[in-house]
Design a protein around this ligand. Structure first.
Ligand code: UDP
Length: 364
């Protein structure tokens, strides 16, 4: 957004709480020289040629390999659920008809029926309706409980609906047409984007609700990207977020795993192990992997809010905050709320980049 406004002649100040740019997309070289995604893997993928074309001003791309496997009963099984998954699970080759038949027998009909289609009310129903009990229990139940600290029956169906179902052998995790990464990393792309005479970046600068009042006197437009409830001093109560603790390990050989991500639904306190080298394609003799331990987010601790927790209670609370968000978007200095935390939406990177790009172009 800063770049779109700067390119059309506006002066822009960017306030960044951390000591570096690029938000959670930030990548850096660790002490072993391995390029890591410090705040969890950011698998850039998009169907939008408009977004890709815009970002191409700041990046050269490399094709990225986003393959994920889940450790199920001591064996690595491809995810998302596809012909590859069923073939590996059962030891015999599945074709499309066999997968359709398997699912037809396994699926549990629950939820509200809309014109013959079951509308799941929560993530448990979403999995049972789509995959049946066996796949739900092996792949989703325990992973989801670990990741969110609550059971799938208490989460929005949209959370598990992120995982596709495929009637082919395609083992790429995302669905999108373009699956790429900037060849010199994500931070480098954002650095070039912010490198503009009309953009000032102020790092180590916290902008809380108190500072906003003063900023409104100085600026004609504000974009807020922090947690929505904290902007309003949590007047209606706190929304909950999920945080992560990242445990890093380096090994002095080229690769630990066959693919970028191994999920552990049923064992260990961590949910997954990410070996980002598979995606970055870096040629280096050692490898660094990251174990992700989900933890509760607490506003006054060192934990960081990474995910909105899409429960009914939070979504109801969000509606109340959104009334105030609408009020902020008008007036002499409109404030717009943009991003995962500010909108309390489980955006992927490309979705929020496109949203920000479109909003900036609309307002500029
Ligand atoms: N999920 C699961 N088992 C898996 C992978 C995902 O149960 O092996 C569920 C889980 O609830 C997770 C959600 O699907 O939070 C979305 O998964 P995704 O991989 O998109 O999570 P992210 O990369 O955003 O953490």
């Amino acid at each position: 957004m800063a770049r779109v406004f700067a390119d059309s002649g506006h002066e822009v100040d960017v306030f960044e709480k951390r000591s570096h740019i690029a938000g959670n997309c930030y990548d850096e070289y660790d002490q072993h020289g391995v390029l890591i995604h410090k705040y969890g893997p950011h698998y850039f993928r998009t169907d939008s040629e408009i977004l890709l074309e815009y970002l191409s001003r700041f990046a050269r791309w490399r094709s990225a390999s986003y393959h994920v496997q889940a450790m199920i009963d001591g064996e690595l099984v491809p995810l998302p659920i596809s012909l590859s998954t069923l073939t590996t699970l059962t030891g015999r080759v599945f074709n499309e008809q066999e997968l359709a038949l398997y699912l037809q027998n396994a699926r549990v009909g629950i939820g509200t029926s809309v014109e013959g289609q079951f509308e799941p009310k929560n993530a448990e129903e979403q999995c049972l309706v789509r995959f049946g009990t066996e796949i739900y229990q092996k792949f989703f139940l325990h992973y989801t409980a670990k990741q969110w600290g609550i059971l799938p029956k208490d989460l929005s169906p949209s959370v598990t609906a992120r995982i596709p179902l495929r009637y082919n052998f395609d083992q790429r995790y995302p669905e999108e047409k373009y699956q790429v990464l900037p060849s010199d990393g994500l931070t480098a792309m954002f650095k070039r984007m912010l490198f503009h005479p009309k953009i000032q970046v102020k790092i180590n600068t916290i902008v809380g609700s108190e500072e906003i009042a003063a900023l409104k006197l100085k600026y004609s437009l504000i974009f807020y990207t922090g947690p929505i409830d904290q902007y309003f001093n949590c007047v209606y109560g706190q929304l909950s977020y999920r945080s992560l603790y990242f445990e890093w390990k380096n090994f002095s050989f080229p690769y630990l795993w066959p693919c970028v991500q191994i999920n552990y639904p049923n064992e260990h306190p961590y949910t997954r192990c990410v070996e980002i080298k598979h995606a970055t394609g870096q040629l280096i003799s050692s490898t660094t992997v990251c174990y992700e331990h989900p933890v509760r987010y607490c506003q006054d601790s060192t934990t960081e809010p990474y995910y909105p927790m899409l429960t009914q209670d939070n979504l109801q609370l969000l509606e109340r905050y959104n009334v105030m968000v609408d009020e902020e978007s008008v007036g002499s200095t409109p404030v717009h709320f943009v991003g995962r935390l500010a909108e309390y939406r489980y955006y992927n990177m490309d979705q929020i980049l496109l949203k920000a790009y479109n909003l900036a172009n609309m307002l500029v």
